[in-house]
Design a protein around this ligand. Structure first.
Ligand code: XBP
Length: 242
């Protein structure tokens, strides 16, 4: 029985990476007087590194003009990441992002059917607060029975911790939940927690492969609206196979 839909945030609920985080990283670099700029072609592969601070550190490792010592790099990455998140929150509050096709429809369908909504993201809680206040209104928290962010699940995806904590918060077992993701790392995290997972490809993941996903589609409305019944069908296929 389907009792919960567990949503990833970045790329799945909105195109936050393309229209939010990547832009904010570049503005943070510029403000700090750094010549670093992440083009879409550079940022796409960087998304395989989960965590914004970890992504900056990973990128610094390839840059000759990055600070020399590990402690200096760590301090710079921390400062840039904080500033990136503040800029991201400003952009989101200014209305730079909107929900992807079908997201609100499917959330409303689930709520009407008594299927709980959960969030499993390894982005910072402040980013979720900023984004959801803008997309869903000030009382956004009431929509979700459980919200798990990077602070509650420090082991970033593909580690299953964020999904395991979400299951706990929702009070359901893996076979009663279905995850919605856009990245290969997200799929691996859901699978490692034993949760069936469908993929809505986002801007930077147009060509990736998703072995074992229940389905892979361009978004929740294309080519046809993804419904709870279709999700239940995916869930029963997984239960029969396991
Ligand atoms: C999203 C991430 C995050 C965001 C930026 O993880 O990897 O790092 O890109 O947010 P997922 P932070 O969608 O897999 O949950 O800067 O707060 O890390």
């Amino acid at each position: 029985m389907l009792r919960a839909l567990i949503w990833d945030v970045d790329g799945t609920i909105a195109e936050t990476e393309r229209d939010g985080h990547c832009v904010a990283f570049n503005l943070a670099f510029e403000e700090a007087g750094l010549a670093w700029r992440w083009s879409p072609d550079h940022y796409g592969p960087l998304l395989h590194v989960a965590g914004g601070r970890e992504r900056i550190l990973h990128d610094m490792a390839q840059r000759a003009d990055a600070p020399a010592t590990a402690a200096e790099r760590e301090a710079l990455a921390r400062a840039l990441h904080l500033r990136k998140n503040a800029i991201y929150a400003e952009r989101v509050a200014a209305g730079a992002l909107s929900p992807r096709p079908g997201v609100l429809r499917l959330m409303d369908e689930a709520a009407a059917a008594g299927v709980q909504l959960g969030i499993a993201t390894t982005t910072s809680g402040s980013n979720v607060q900023a984004l959801f206040s803008s997309l869903f209104g000030a009382d956004w928290r009431r929509r979700f029975a459980a919200v798990v962010c990077a602070e509650e699940a420090p082991q970033l995806k593909p580690h299953p911790q964020v999904y395991l904590r979400a299951l706990q918060g929702l009070g359901v077992v893996a076979g009663e939940a279905f995850a919605l993701e856009d990245t290969p790392n997200g799929l691996l995290a859901a699978q490692a927690a034993g949760i069936a997972c469908g993929i809505t490809r986002s801007a930077f993941f147009v060509h990736d492969r998703y072995p074992g996903a229940a389905w892979v589609r361009p978004d929740l409305d294309t080519p046809t609206p993804m419904t709870l019944d279709a999700i239940r069908a995916g869930l029963s296929v997984k239960i029969r196979a396991s």
